[in-house]
Design a protein around this ligand. Structure first.
Ligand SMILES: [Zn+2]
Length: 232
């Protein structure tokens, strides 16, 4: 109901809180045992567990070392969880220094804000270098250095269980290994010099996993890396 006030207001009092509504807003009984969630006010412990990943992008002169440190929340309870806390990138190469430092600071800030940080992976991985990307050892295409940093973060988030890793089933792995052996037997181009990780030299790019691992056999294009297959 709307009440029009036509006189001057000469006094007021604050409406008393409805006792029933107040009870509803009261914290649950277990408030003190509520698990801590990542937030920017968590003080940085003196030591953190971390993992360092080495990448050797052809666009940088020297290798880059990406360190991601994690914080353990609710240690020793049922709600124990490992969350990424900060990222550092070290390299002898200085050509990318400025924006790499900026990127690591922004990513660390996002980590510390808490909430779902997995969106970072998609964002970084979809950055395309206008000079064209490059192939990593093993035939995986990286559209940019930023994307490779994103791939490292993805790997880390999978390792600590924040992202699901889409492991192939044993059956799929076996079928792919068989297909590969059959393909290599029928194409004598494969030599013993090839590293086990490399896919056949004439394999083409997979649209699904960006790996140069697609072979064509019996009219079907099969990716030896992720198993994606198209026939006809
Ligand atoms: Zn694939």
């Amino acid at each position: 109901m709307t009440v029009k006030i036509s006189n001057k207001i000469v006094g007021y009092r604050v409406k008393k809180a409805d006792p029933e509504a107040a009870a509803e807003h009261q914290a649950p009984v277990h408030a003190e045992t509520k698990p801590v969630e990542m937030n920017e006010y968590i003080e940085r412990p003196d030591f953190l567990l971390g993992t360092t990943y080495k990448i050797k992008p052809p666009v940088a002169e020297h290798a880059m070392y990406i360190t991601i440190n994690d914080i353990l929340l609710n240690e020793g309870t049922d709600h124990e969880s490992r969350q990424p806390y900060e990222v550092f990138i070290n390299s002898k190469s200085m050509e990318h220094f400025q924006w790499v430092i900026a990127l690591t600071r922004v990513i660390s800030a996002v980590f510390r804000k808490g909430g779902d940080v997995t969106f970072l992976v998609e964002e970084l991985r979809s950055v395309y270098d206008p000079n064209g990307g490059y192939f990593k050892k093993g035939g995986v295409f990286m559209p940019s250095l930023v994307a490779e940093i994103g791939a490292v973060i993805e790997k880390h988030l999978k390792a600590i269980g924040l992202l699901e890793s889409e492991e192939m089933s044993e059956t799929t792995k076996r079928i792919l290994a068989e297909k590969r052996a059959e393909f290599e037997a029928s194409h004598t181009t494969a030599t013993n010099d090839d590293k086990a990780d490399d896919y056949p030299p004439n394999a083409t790019m997979c649209g699904k996993c960006s790996t140069k691992a697609v072979i064509v056999m019996d009219g079907c294009a099969t990716c030896l890396s992720c198993g994606d297959s198209k026939c006809g």
